[in-house]
Design a protein around this ligand. Structure first.
Ligand code: OSB
Ligand code: MG
Length: 369
């Protein structure tokens, strides 16, 4: 591969319904879409999952654009690259900015898969033809509204229900859900809304047979989570705290996490995501693929990654129509009785619809070799 041009687009897409977490509400999604063109004309796509504001982590759409323009694109343009794993090495001396790195690395994986005539899933070493998916539901105005939503998604076939929690929207909510849906796999995601002072409070969750509780404590913590895990029977799953294989190794060694949520952007790309997957497989730690309210491009990357064997728990990669009136890919992602059929076409396996992309684009810039 030898990348000759890269176009960054800023897209703005309305969400069909607001999505509320313990750190804020999203009404629409602003993100960067990256298009890379190889010297042989092959085009690959990547998506930055950074949000408009630094709520989930320190990156934003603007910091990603800055990192891409000033540092990452110059490292990649006009350089001979044999395998996408090399991109991870090329970026190694730049600290963090993982979502920015992942944007470009994902596009190069897409090109590599097409040029070797494989689906992205195959290129990554994935074997599954279908993947199990769950759904993540934001904080609602009332428990009744939440119960209605959960009922609808259970009827649609989603294999696991994840509910956002925060102080004041937690124990009663989870109790009601468990009583209403005794046999459904249910979990809670706190997005770092608690501290160790809440240990006695959080322990009440143990009564509801939850599959796991995701990131209850600080986004940069792996010590207090180990303390909490010793006190709780519900497995803790880290999301925000894991940025690399090294983080995963340390968190597992400390007993801070029994399950890992892998997000491609948060860990700096597919190569690092696969390393974490492989390490967890060797250490009997199940993983699942998290979501960042992605458009079709990021969603396609998530689907491909989830075909690796240790993704044994349903992820957050729901159908396009759970988020968007019209996704930017053809076909849109559909969920059939809780599973997504993995495309077998070369690359990400979905066609980016340039007319739709155009409609959502508010800014763009091209960088040539
Ligand atoms: O913590 O997993 C999270 C959405 C925005 C920010 C953080 C998270 C989420 C989700 C939604 O849970 C997952 C999705 O449906 O894409
Ligand atoms: Mg999470």
């Amino acid at each position: 591969m030898n990348i000759q041009s890269i176009t960054i687009r800023h897209l703005q897409m309305d969400l069909l319904a607001p999505f509320t977490t313990s750190f804020g509400t999203f009404d629409s999604r602003d993100f960067l879409l990256l298009e890379a063109r190889d010297k042989d004309g092959t085009v690959g796509w990547g998506e930055s999952v950074a949000f408009h504001s630094p709520w989930y982590n320190e990156e934003t759409l603007e910091t990603n654009w800055h990192m891409l323009e000033q540092f990452l694109i110059p490292l990649v343009l006009n350089r001979d690259i044999d395998h996408p794993d090399e991109v991870n090495d090329l970026f190694q001396h730049i600290r963090r900015n993982n979502m920015a790195k992942s944007t470009i690395e994902g596009a190069i994986w897409d090109i590599y898969a097409q040029q070797t005539n494989q689906s992205l899933a195959q290129a990554l070493g994935g074997t599954k033809q279908t993947i199990d998916v769950g759904i993540s539901i934001g904080i609602q105005p009332s428990i009744e509204k939440l119960v209605d939503l959960v009922r609808g998604y259970v009827e649609e076939g989603y294999k696991r229900i994840k509910v956002k929690i925060k102080p004041g929207w937690d124990i009663d909510v989870m109790r009601t859900l468990r009583e209403t849906f005794p046999d459904v796999a249910i979990m809670a995601d706190a997005n770092s809304a608690y501290t160790l002072d809440d240990i006695e409070h959080l322990k009440q969750l143990d009564a509801f047979d939850l599959t796991m509780v995701e990131q209850p404590l600080a986004s940069d913590d792996i010590i207090d989570h180990a303390t909490l895990q010793r006190e709780m029977t519900t497995p803790i799953c880290l999301d925000e705290s894991i940025h690399s294989l090294e983080d995963a190794r340390k968190a597992i060694a400390l007993g801070s996490t029994k399950i890992i949520n892998i997000k491609i952007g948060r860990v700096g790309g597919l190569t690092e995501a696969k390393k974490i997957h492989d390490y967890c497989l060797a250490h009997d730690v199940p993983v699942w693929c998290g979501g960042m309210l992605e458009s079709g491009v990021g969603r396609a990357h998530n689907i491909a990654l989830t075909t690796l064997e240790n993704f044994t728990m349903p992820g957050d990669t729901a159908a396009s129509n759970r988020y968007w009136a019209r996704d930017i890919i053809d076909p849109e992602v559909t969920v059939d009785n809780g599973v997504i059929h993995v495309p077998d076409k070369p690359g990400i396996g979905y066609e980016v619809n340039r007319d739709v992309v155009e409609r959502y684009t508010v800014a763009q810039k091209t960088y040539e070799a």
